[in-house]
Ligand binder design. Structure first.
Ligand SMILES: Cc1cc2nc3c(=O)[nH]c(=O)nc-3n(C[C@H](O)[C@H](O)[C@H](O)COP(=O)(O)OP(=O)(O)OC[C@H]3O[C@@H](n4cnc5c(N)ncnc54)[C@H](O)[C@@H]3O)c2cc1C
Length: 441
């Protein structure tokens, strides 16, 4: 079942050439094309389904610095400023609000981890408030229980996953770029070893620069070019309830359940980190690289089924450029939600906040969260393929940092000083440090 998503019209015709082609209309590809178009660079964004329809509309909408790994924190901070500007720049509301994020806990170890993070965050000028038991209980009064402590990050916020990417995509077109939905990129054309074009299902676009922001499809696409990109995805299930529950925080994380207020007054509910691992040919191929990641997260993960194999995004098959590809057979990666997980999430939400018992579940869906072995995205040109830039593997954090990631890619492409140091995201790190430090949160 798809998550709620605003639909937009595509540009009328595919260009024969473009300075830059961006593959993938999720939050990362959309912001990349947006910042390029705003610099007057001729950019075409191609999306096999509808913009935003995969991970970028299926998430909670959290845009957070709180508990970020040090490698991503500068990008998270810049992204919040960029989110804030979208409404003014486009004249449309992407639903971004600095509502602050509230974390509550009964666990001493968890509280100590948050306090440590606060000490680190201070050194880079990020504000967060560690809450005493009394403060946490007051902020969490809707739960009607006493808390040992918590943390509140006042400068963080949420954006609306049901419309953020479509709003940005309209911004691309308003700035002179083009957006093509129902337009899968089947592969690249290379001349003398460098990028010379993108073959799509409706024609070829001549270009010297391609950004691959294909989310969970990126590794199988790279495989066609002999590029090894270790990537794995897990299936996370989530639900929305109708409006009617009142007096609750806008965004709350607890170990039992997390909630986020939606634009219609309803809430999105989920259990943080919980997901199913559906084995696929690609997962088997990269299993060694993902041992540290899965070892760290095993408590939250459960074995899945053949859902991932059926979806085809993690195939190891090679496909010709003149026939129908897996991306055209599966326009929108829309896996079945784990209904046991959905029922458990709703039950826990009702136990924590009885106001939810008065409102019905309105939607339930799942999304494949694509990850790298160290939980940090890959952003940069691929060694040996000049003109081919990867921006994928956002490891469950990509919605909030989408604007910053897109800005960095646009900076790299247009030869400007990147807004943050892009070195932590270099693709080559995965060749030498596949067993590197797994992101903390
Ligand atoms: C349940 C859930 C909760 C989450 N919660 C949060 C959160 O609160 N905060 C946060 O920051 N992040 C969260 N995330 C993670 C976040 O949603 C992702 O990291 C982010 O959306 C990834 O964006 P993307 O653009 O890389 O990929 P996607 O949004 O998946 O977009 C990739 C796009 O590329 C297209 N594509 C792929 N291959 C091709 C091709 N060959 N040709 C044309 N198009 C192609 C696909 O159709 C797709 O639309 C969550 C994710 C899930 C599933």
């Amino acid at each position: 079942m798809p998550a709620p998503l605003m639909q937009i019209e595509s540009s009328p015709a595919l260009p024969r050439e473009a300075e830059v082609v961006v593959i993938g209309g999720g939050v990362v590809g959309a912001f990349t094309a947006y910042y390029l178009a705003r610099r007057g660079i001729g950019v075409a964004l191609v999306e096999k389904g509808r913009v935003g329809a995969e991970q970028s509309s299926r998430n909670w909408g959290w845009c957070r610095q709180q508990n970020r790994d040090a490698r991503e924190l500068p990008m998270a901070t810049k992204s919040l400023d960029l989110w804030e500007r979208v409404a003014q720049e486009t004249g449309e509301d992407a639903g971004f609000r600095r509502c602050g994020l509230l974390y509550l806990s009964q666990d001493e170890g968890e509280l100590a981890g948050w306090a440590n993070w606060r000490d680190f965050a201070r050194t880079v000028g990020v504000e967060t408030h560690v809450l005493s038991a009394a403060e946490a209980t007051e902020r969490g009064k809707a739960t009607g229980r006493a808390w040992k402590g918590g943390v509140f990050s006042p400068t963080d916020g949420t954006a609306d996953p049901s419309k953020a990417v479509p709003v940005v995509a309209r911004g691309i077109m308003a700035a002179g770029g083009t957006v093509h939905q129902h337009c899968a990129a089947r592969g690249l054309e290379l001349s003398a070893g460098r990028v010379s074009g993108v073959v799509t299902e409706v024609g070829t676009i001549r270009t010297k620069t391609v950004v691959m922001a294909g989310g969970a499809w990126t590794s199988s696409f790279c495989h066609q070019l002999g590029i090894r990109f270790p990537q794995a995805s897990v299936r996370s299930s989530i639900l929305a309830v109708a409006p009617g529950a009142t007096g609750l925080p806008d965004a709350l994380h607890t170990a039992q359940v997390s909630l986020t207020k939606r634009a219609d007054g309803g809430y999105t509910l989920a259990i943080s980190g919980r997901a199913r691992v559906d084995p696929t040919p690609q997962q088997i191929r990269f299993s060694r690289e993902f041992v540290p990641m899965f070892a760290r997260r095993w408590r939250s993960l459960a074995p899945g089924g053949l859902e991932g194999w059926r979806q085809g995004h993690e195939t190891l098959a090679k496909w010709p450029l003149d026939g129908v590809t897996p991306m055209e057979r599966n326009r929108i990666l829309d896996p079945a939600p784990d209904m046991g997980q959905i029922r458990l999430t709703y039950r826990r939400a009702c136990e924590l906040l009885p106001a939810f018992a008065r409102v019905a579940i309105s939607d339930a869906w799942a999304g494949y969260i694509d990850s790298t072995p160290d939980g940090v995205p890959v952003i940069g040109e691929v060694e040996g393929v000049p003109g081919f830039i990867l921006a994928a593997g956002f490891s469950g954090h990509g919605f909030g940092i989408g604007p910053g990631a897109g800005h960095v890619v646009a900076d790299i492409v247009s030869g400007r000083e990147p807004i943050v140091d892009p070195r932590p995201y270099r693709p080559e790190r995965l060749k030498t440090a596949a067993w590197g430090k797994v992101a903390e949160f």
